[in-house]
Design a protein around this ligand. Sequence first.
Ligand code: NI
Length: 253
Amino acid sequence: MLFDTHAHLNDERFDHIRNELISELSQNGVGAYCEIGYDIKSSEAALSLAEKYDFVYAAVGVHPHDTDDLCESDMDLLKKMCAHPKAVALGEIGLDYYYDNSLRENQRLWFDRQLSVATELNIPVTIHTRDAMADTIDILKVHKDATGIIHCYSGSVESAKILLNMGFYISFAGPLTFKNASTALEVAKYVPEDRMLIETDSPYLAPVPYRGKTNTPVYVAEVAKRLAELRGKTFEEIACITFENAKKAYRIK
Ligand code: NI
């Protein structure tokens, strides 16, 4: 059984197939997944979905894309959501200097603020960082008690070392299967066995051979297969290791 640590099945692309897709996940080898919120509304929706299914967990938080209109009252809403028994992380939060959909100063402000909320509540975080590794690491250094996951890791081995030393888990997604994945391959070989996770980031980033299609948690098997090849392990070993790691990262009993 596989644990997809990061997916957005509340995306409208799944409106007509969502219940069927989730109900059939275990038949397709996916034993659990985490539905990730990216703003207040999608975080509430993630919790509703997690209430419906035992094996669905939720992360609640505001993505860097959506930080321009945030205000302090939203932090109160987030805190309430974090108290939900199926809320296993605060996220996804972080910095995205590739799209720059929100002002960088707002991204940094609310990444920092949400990290404070997470450490105050002692809940793990799940972090999105794109073209912003130096600032991500600088802000994390201020929050020494923050722990959690760097989702869809796209940085260097050097940055991975720093983040691993801070206690973070590194999560691999579809790009690991892409032909041009040279840095990702090095990182996938480097990360210690007890710190690696797998995810899909559905509906985005479908792995080879589904690249370009709508991604679903079922395809997390392709990420596991690639990781198994790179690490000289069997698929079953990688499934087992990453499932246990996901439970630890999200503190699931
Ligand atoms: Ni995501």
